[in-house]
Design a protein around this ligand. Structure first.
Ligand SMILES: [Zn+2]
Length: 171
């Protein structure tokens, strides 16, 4: 019984931490929305330590590849001075697009946790390629762990926040 309780508490703690990391990604996305960017945020964590967070900066940088995930991968590699992020996991408010999924693969990210789905982004006007991370994983024969729909409602809310802005610009 005691052992079961301990397991239970560990699970609770793990979930609590996961929510904390996703909340950081959500806060980043909100910051981005306020700054006229698109509603996407991401966070990279290594062994329970937050390495970096970022939001999408496509419009700010006039860089079509400046997705939140690409931004955090670049930051994490610089900060950790390595291109091997195999001990890292990435939290993203939306399922990484095929470009970002591929970048995660190149960085050897072991785990992807995402909130909303590519389809949701497509629905609010982004020119997404509708290939899910699960399908990319299957087609590529990859081992990346994927946790989908994590805090989905809160992540979807970011799209509402952004949609209500008059100066919003998708791509
Ligand atoms: Zn992307």
């Amino acid at each position: 019984m005691v052992c079961g309780d301990l397991e239970n508490n560990l699970d609770k703690m793990r979930l609590w931490n996961m929510e904390k990391y996703m909340r950081l990604a959500i806060e980043e996305a909100k910051k981005g929305i306020e700054e006229g960017q698109t509603p996407f945020g991401a966070c990279i964590v290594k062994g329970g330590q937050v390495i970096c967070c970022s939001h999408n900066t496509v419009w700010k940088d006039m860089d079509i590849t400046a997705h939140a995930e690409i931004n955090v991968l670049r930051k994490a590699c610089k900060k950790l001075n390595t291109i091997d992020l195999s001990e890292c996991e990435i939290y993203s408010t939306c399922e990484p697009c095929p470009m970002c999924f591929s970048a995660c693969h190149w960085a050897r990210i072991s785990k992807i946790i995402h909130g909303a789905r590519i389809e949701d982004a497509k629905q609010v006007g982004f020119n997404e390629i509708k290939i899910s991370n699960e399908l990319m994983k299957k087609l590529g024969g990859l081992k990346t762990e994927i946790i989908a729909d994590f805090m989905r409602e809160e992540c979807l809310e970011l799209f509402n926040l952004w949609s209500n802005k008059e100066d919003k610009k998708s791509y």
